[in-house]
Design a protein around this ligand. Structure first.
Ligand code: ATP
Length: 241
């Protein structure tokens, strides 16, 4: 299987404080990989380094064979990062927002097709023509998912993608993630929701205080700790430290 993502001994310091202490992992093409961990464990920092938004302090990250430090523009061509919100563009309608974003990727008929795909993924009905700042949290997240997926990335990077969403919105977003992975898109996501990660992810990495303390499939981890679920694995692993 092709390696979509390889991290080797990756470290990140903010000033003289190290937040990520040498993480190594690999994610295969089409896999859904989940990063779990407490607040402040280093998940966002790790995802932002993979996304080329943050410089790594040492070690290496390669995305489909491209190094994030020496070939960031090649990496950006094949990834998408799910941002927390639409930033300064909330005055646009959902449709105008997708049109605006699509212009960074392509032009002409291909651009129209990208926007059509985005509107379909967002599935917001006629609210696609409402201003983004009138959207609920769930609608906003769907728009951002559409923005992240419509350019057909090879690696989708999603930070806390379902946090704060109701059951139906979270369920539907997980279905979207499953569908894109079935179509060969690799996904790396962070979550605090152990249940979600157990249902959705092929493999899981557990972070604690900047270290990757566990790595494996949900079943492997449960077996290793004699645990009923990932939550129990996590508690046992952290208590053992
Ligand atoms: P959460 O689940 O709360 O989002 P996380 O696992 O994503 O947490 P990070 O946001 O990566 O954790 O933070 C890891 C550590 O790095 C924390 O101690 C945090 O305070 C620190 N940190 C993150 N960003 C910065 C920054 N810009 N400057 C200094 N320290 C930072």
């Amino acid at each position: 299987m092709t390696d979509a993502l390889v991290l080797k001994d990756v470290r990140k310091s903010y000033g003289n404080r190290e937040a990520v202490h040498g993480i190594s992992l690999d994610v295969k093409e089409g896999e859904i990989f989940g990063l779990l961990g407490h607040n402040g464990a280093g998940k966002t920092t790790t995802l932002r380094m993979i996304s080329t938004l943050l410089r790594i302090t040492s070690g290496s990250i390669s995305v489909y064979g491209h190094d994030v430090t020496t070939e960031p523009e090649k990496v950006r061509e094949v990834i998408s990062y799910l941002p927390e919100d639409a930033g300064a563009y909330k005055d646009l309608t959902g449709r105008a927002y997708l049109e605006f974003i699509s212009k960074f990727y392509t032009t002409g008929e291909a651009q129209k097709e990208m926007v059509r795909r985005g509107i379909e993924i967002a599935d917001l009905g006629d609210r696609i023509d409402s201003k983004v700042d009138t959207y609920s949290k769930g609608m906003m997240r769907r728009l951002l998912i559409a923005r992240a997926i419509m350019p057909s990335p090879r690696l989708a990077i999603m930070d806390e993608v379902t946090s704060g969403l109701d059951v139906i919105n979270a369920y539907e977003i997980r279905e979207i993630i499953r569908t894109i992975a079935r179509n060969g898109v690799t996904v790396i996501m962070s979550s605090h929701n152990m249940f979600e990660v157990e249902m959705l992810c092929d493999r899981v990495g557990m972070m604690d205080q900047g270290n990757l303390i566990l790595l494996g499939t949900p079943d492997e981890l449960k077996e290793k700790f004699g645990a009923k679920n990932l939550e129990e694995v996590f508690v046992k692993a952290v208590m053992k430290e």
